[in-house]
Design a protein around this ligand. Sequence first.
Ligand SMILES: Cc1ncc(COP(=O)(O)O)c(C=O)c1O
Length: 476
Amino acid sequence: MDRAEAKLYEQVAGGIARQIREGVLRAGERIPSVRRTSRQQRVSVSTVLPAYFLLENQGLIEARPQSGFYVKPRPLAPPPEPKISAPPTAAVRLSSGDLIAEVLASTRNPEVVPLGAAVVSPELMPAKPLARLTAALARESCAKALSYEFPPGLPALRRQIAKRGLELGWAFKPDEVLITNGCMEALNLCLRAVAKAGDTVAVESPCYYGILELMESLGLKALELPTHPREGLSLSALTAALRRHKVKALVTIPSFLNPLGCCMPEENRRELARLIAKRRLPLIEDDIYGDLYFEARRLKPIAAFDREGWVLFCSSFSKTLASGFRVGWTLPGRFRAEVEKLKRNTTLANATLPQMAIAEYLQNGGYERHLRQLRRALEDNVRQVSDAVARHFPVGTRVSRPEGGYVLWVEFPKGVDALDLHRRALSEQISIAPGPIFSAKQKYRNCVRLNCGHPWSDKIAGALRRLGEMLMERSA
Ligand SMILES: Cc1ncc(COP(=O)(O)O)c(C=O)c1O
């Protein structure tokens, strides 16, 4: 490279560095591709490349495989994490009120900034290939698509799910799989198979409100257990609770608990499988976020360590492909016969066409590639939202650091009322999920969950800034 060229690439790098410093290009944003910059600035590709390497060396940008160059996140001091939860030690009957319906209703309004319900933007899903496949199947296999597919569900789909067992580090057969209407129906059937009205069921705290609402409708009592923001359910608290209470079942989300985002380490999963086998305690494992890990590797589900069928495993394609298709599944272990009977007399069967479409997509559609892209996009979104919280929310705010999934748990300094914030935010078309809906006793009044399932945008950035202002107005 001659001197003139050397100067040129430094100029190119300098221009981009300036844009980063001045906030024109923001943390996490993709910078124009090498070719585009070469066209825009009328310089050769061999000038742009060293400019980008220089920016990389300076720690201003980073290369992401098969994706391009991105502005590196500013090394903002991350806010502290929440502490281990301290729920009430008594089992309680549930009564959730209208708040959950309010949070979900806001997702139907496209004007509302969607930081409330845990929903992934359809933009991040393979909508076009799925639509093409579904249309072709409806045309070419119409008779099949119009017919019942009785439990346990479409064989081709159950085979594809079993094939993914390799990915999970857990070998199981297609015959063990029972297709359900989403993960929610799987949880419903499994809970009904192991507990009846008046029984006590242990859950993590905070806990996904859908599980609490389901337990309420079944007349179950909830025993909330302390949960660590990184490692999930406290096994020592569970052991102590089992000594004090007559617990009929445990429901857990070990991978990226909604709402804390924590992930139970492998040794705890193994230990928990041993504990429940010893106590003959049914464990309902909700693995709906299991494929959305940011690290290099998926952790085995608890079911993989279960030798005696005490784990009832539940999942779905709602968070990774198409929530609207309502395709989930369960492997209910030793409770199989009862769960299958409940499936028959609850919804009889799943719609056939979505099962066909998902089976076909898993067979030929590039699911693993899609998952890789989705994980990267969600990790990016989580980082952007977390940075915005660090930038705009009051000092003393604590934020979870999830290693997968796409929700953040935010704990405000004492005195902040999440319900009040939720109502004020909604009046300005911003939806958030207030902490009390994640607890049987409406605890967590100073907490909210933020959904990070939508790509970063000016609208989301503005909403987070505005939430920060609302919080400051209150503390002023
Ligand atoms: C932990 C958890 N389980 C289950 C569900 C419901 O899943 P599905 O839409 O597949 O019924 C959700 C949805 O948000 C969830 O977060």
